[in-house]
Ligand binder design. Structure first.
Ligand code: FMN
Length: 344
């Protein structure tokens, strides 16, 4: 290798780190995840909302937080809310922060849902220089290629930074099954979260078939996927662009779910069946809040999950062997599919 190339590689390693971690970083986690907790600040006392919030929309970037009906934030409190994402154990370091601006509320038959856009997003996972180097490179790639062509919406730099921060907290990736008389679909989804003991929220791009299908049918089954089967589940990504599928074309066997008799993967760790209650339209994504009507655990095991690459770089900074084996696992799951996309 020429001296110029060597110097260039040294400089790149210095700025970006010696190991390149993909933005959409897959990992296997015990459920419920206990790596990162999400705290709401600005009410009387800080509240742990790890299992009471969900990303709701990418553009404008919006977060949904669920509150008990008798304890919604007052108008004064609403104006000063923020989320802090903290290491769950150890020194409980703050890894990211989002300042929130209240935009709307919606009632379910359970919790009250409030929607917040983001006014600032801070990511403490990487040193500043490295973070800005990554952002400059991403901005250059968006400018050169026109961004991800499969998205027909534009995210602002703040939307991108907020996405980095929300995915500091690892999120499960599930396979969604929807059945209607004329067909149905099964596709992976990670923009979602448990928002209450018996409520789940998820978001689908408003311009794609799955959002319209779920809106029509109003009931879905969400299957947790064991890490070893993540590669076959990942291959269902293109189903987001499909009106309906032939169930027998799926690359694995299915079984009917208990309540709705919807086909779910035979290897599902857990299946939650739910009925959609409210569907506010927020921007790039359609948001669904659904009540769980049946929840069945079939097996224990590491569940397929995703986190932002910046969090992974921080998390495995001192565990390079673990990081290398996860990078190999990421390559196995992604195969020759698009390797570096935003986790949505
Ligand atoms: C693992 C995974 C998770 C995804 N999660 C979501 C999601 O939560 N919401 C959504 O609207 N699209 C989701 N998608 C869809 C992708 O953003 C994209 O639209 C889809 O993979 C089609 O890409 P293509 O047009 O390049 O084939 C997901 C895709 C994959 C592979």
């Amino acid at each position: 290798m020429s001296i110029v190339k060597k110097l260039r590689r040294l400089a790149a390693n210095f700025v970006f780190g010696s190991m390149r971690v993909p933005l959409r970083f897959f990992l296997g986690l015990q459920s419920p995840q206990a790596e990162v907790s999400v705290w709401l600040y600005g009410m009387d006392t800080p509240r742990d909302v790890t299992f009471h919030h969900s990303m709701a929309c990418a553009a404008p970037f919006t977060v949904c937080i669920a509150f008990d009906k008798d304890r919604v934030p007052s108008e004064k409190e609403r104006s000063r809310l923020s989320l802090k994402l903290r290491e769950h154990d150890g020194r409980k370091r703050v890894l990211g922060e989002l300042r929130l601006k209240y935009t709307a509320a919606s009632s379910t038959s359970g919790p009250e849902l409030m929607f917040f856009e983001v006014t600032s997003a801070k990511n403490y996972c990487l040193p500043r220089l490295r973070l800005w180097a990554h952002r400059l490179r991403a901005a250059y790639s968006i400018w050169r290629t026109g961004g991800d062509q499969s998205f027909n919406f534009k995210m602002t730099p703040l939307d991108h930074r907020a996405m980095e921060v929300i995915f500091i907290c690892p999120r499960p990736i599930m396979l969604v099954s929807v059945l209607e008389e004329s067909g149905g679909n099964m596709f992976p989804m990670n923009v979602m979260g448990q928002i209450d003991d018996s409520y789940f929220a998820f978001s689908l791009k408003g311009s794609k078939f799955p959002a319209h299908l779920v809106e029509r049918v109003g009931r879905v089954a969400l299957s947790s996927i064991p890490m070893p089967q993540a590669d076959v589940a990942y291959r269902l990504g293109p189903n987001h662009g499909t009106k309906s599928i032939h169930w027998h074309d799926l690359p694995f066997a299915t079984k009917p779910s208990t309540a709705f008799r919807v086909p779910v993967p035979i290897f599902s760790l857990r299946v939650r069946e739910m009925e959609v209650e409210i569907i506010p339209k927020l921007g790039s994504h359609t948001f669904f809040a659904a009540r769980i009507v049946h929840d069945e655990l079939f097996a224990e095991g590491l569940e397929w999950a995703v986190a932002h690459g910046h969090y992974a770089a921080w998390r495995y900074k001192r565990h390079s062997t673990e990081l290398v084996s996860l990078l190999i696992e990421n390559a196995r799951i992604k195969g020759d599919g698009p390797s570096d996309r935003l986790p949505m």
